[in-house]
Design a protein around this ligand. Sequence first.
Ligand code: PAJ
Length: 282
Amino acid sequence: MKIVERIADLRAARQGAGKVGLVPTMGFLHDGHLSLIRAARSASETVVMSLFVNPTQFGPSEDFEAYPRDTPRDLDLARETGVDIVFMPSTGEVYPPGFDTWVEAGKLAERWEGEHRPGHFRGVATVVVKLLQIVQPDLAYFGEKDYQQLLIVKKMVADLNLPVEIIPCPIVREASGLALSSRNAYLADDRRPRAAVLYRAMQRAQKLASSGVDDVSLLIAEMKMVVGQEPAAHLEYLAVVDRDSLQPTGQLGVEARILGAMGFDGVRLIDNAPLRLGTDDD
Ligand code: PAJ
């Protein structure tokens, strides 16, 4: 496995690499990240993983400095999982002095994470377009865990004619249902099952929808009741949205998406799930 810190060296390593799959990450790898690497491994000749905690997607009062980091462990996991090249640039390599061009995501970024984390998606879209330009992969892998981010990246790639295929990957969860996240490291081990309350609420909504309940306000009220039973959980938003436009839906159609964010023991957690009327899978 090659470890590359400079853009020029990455470009050189990429020459003649065949079909390239890129997995962008901020490190502190868990099974969610590894599932993306495995998907890339199965479809590409060369797997590139970027490891870069991107400062521009963190707000001034957010956890950029405290964001969990463990590079030696990440490199071991990447090597074991079949990464060929790790790209781990310094902040100055990605944002040299005077850097001043930004990618602004449109309507998809207005609500939900965009509303609660102003500037977040501008930072994400900018760093993702830079990583795509630097690595020039054929395929790039993104998790549904960050569903809004996935849709924004897909839209950006279409709107800016970037020659890459975006491959969505399913959410990996703990046995409790808690979606894996680097930020789960902030939670005490014995608190994690309780932090799965957001997912339990989403499962409750799916169960009702499966039995024919299509009244979205009732489904949301039920989910809020489930979350309300967990005193440590403080909802930021919980919404049923059109799975493509991310606009709230009034009536449950064929398929919608539930998006939620909450504070739990002072940790900010997000989750999402499909919501289908009259079926019981997922
Ligand atoms: P990070 O949070 O490290 O996540 C890297 C990738 O792993 C993202 O595509 C994310 O959706 C995916 N992922 C995280 N948890 C997952 C889970 N439980 N199941 C499946 N996939 C999961 O997302 C970012 O970094 C950054 O915003 C980035 C795209 C790298 C830009 O800086």
